[in-house]
Design a protein around this ligand. Structure first.
Ligand code: IPD
Ligand code: CA
Ligand code: CA
Length: 261
């Protein structure tokens, strides 16, 4: 049994509180109003409500920390600490009544992610990690998988948004991996849970273009602390700037980079 740090406790408490609303809204999904944020990108009343609770709880406990949150944007304070929040990752699933979405919160210190939490409220799965202290699923230690042969692996990726400038490239990568290399690929519609599942060893890798920082912030530390690799498609650590992320167990990283290039 692990001991949570004070920051992880703050994050767990915020997630538990916000998830009550999320679970209730999911049960009443038909009644929700939906407003369009951009092409193919929806924001629900629930995204806003959940974000508000998370921010209130985090600010109550850590009034000086800055915040970057998907719907509200930046709240700048003087500290070197910053919360990176995606209130609902997997909104399209949520809207369709598909029980696969999560709250994702990362904590940065001096631009480096040092804590992460991804909470799937429907399955009651709490993925947490802290720099130097390992990754956990509901308090049990997690490790990335040991599979080394790509044909035995399952790899996750996300959708190619119709407006995306990288759509052609993304389709090419998908076709290459699925039909040439014959890797089983899955798309579940929540990048944060995709990364949490790599950390838990449920799948072996994940790649995607055009993700935002809040989609991946918590996942980064979960995977690193579970013994996995997070890079861009060239194997560099500029994945946040480049918005191309490749997250794998320690064995297939090199081969995935070769295939993606
Ligand atoms: C989306 C999900 C999805 C990914 C999209 C993201 P949202 O986040 O993570 O899996 O493919 O690129 O935008 O909009 O549900 O928070
Ligand atoms: Ca997201
Ligand atoms: Ca979101």
């Amino acid at each position: 049994m692990k001991l949570n740090s004070a920051n992880i406790n703050v994050m767990v408490k915020a997630c538990r509180k916000a998830s009550k609303i999320l679970i209730r809204d999911f049960g009443e999904i038909e009644k929700l109003q939906v407003s369009v944020k951009g092409p193919g990108d929806f924001v629900t009343v629930s995204d806003i409500k959940v974000e508000k609770i998370l921010i209130e709880e985090l600010q109550k406990a850590r009034p000086n920390y800055s915040i970057l949150s998907e719907e509200i944007g930046e709240i700048n304070n003087d500290e070197s600490f910053r919360w990176i929040i995606d209130p609902i990752d997997g909104t399209a699933n949520f809207l369709h009544g598909i029980p696969h979405f999560a709250i994702s919160i990362g904590l940065e210190r001096d631009k480096e992610i040092i804590c992460g939490i991804i909470y799937d409220p429907i399955k009651d799965e709490m993925f947490t990690a802290e720099k130097g202290n390992g990754s956990y699923l509901n308090n049990q230690r997690m490790r990335v998988s040991f599979r080394s042969k790509l044909k035995d692996c399952i790899i996750f990726t996300g959708g190619h948004k119709p407006e995306s400038k990288d759509r052609e490239l993304a389709l090419k990568e998908y076709n290459n991996l699925s039909s040439t290399v014959l890797i089983p690929i899955r798309k579940f519609g929540s990048a944060s849970l995709d990364m949490a599942y790599v950390a838990a060893g449920r799948c072996d890798g994940f790649w995607q273009r055009n993700l935002n920082y809040w989609d991946i912030a918590a996942g980064i530390i979960l995977i690193k602390e579970a013994g996995g690799f997070v890079t861009d498609f060239k194997g560099n650590d500029t994945y946040i700037e480049n918005k191309t992320i490749l997250a794998t167990n320690s064995r297939i990283n090199k081969e995935m980079i070769e295939i993606l290039n």
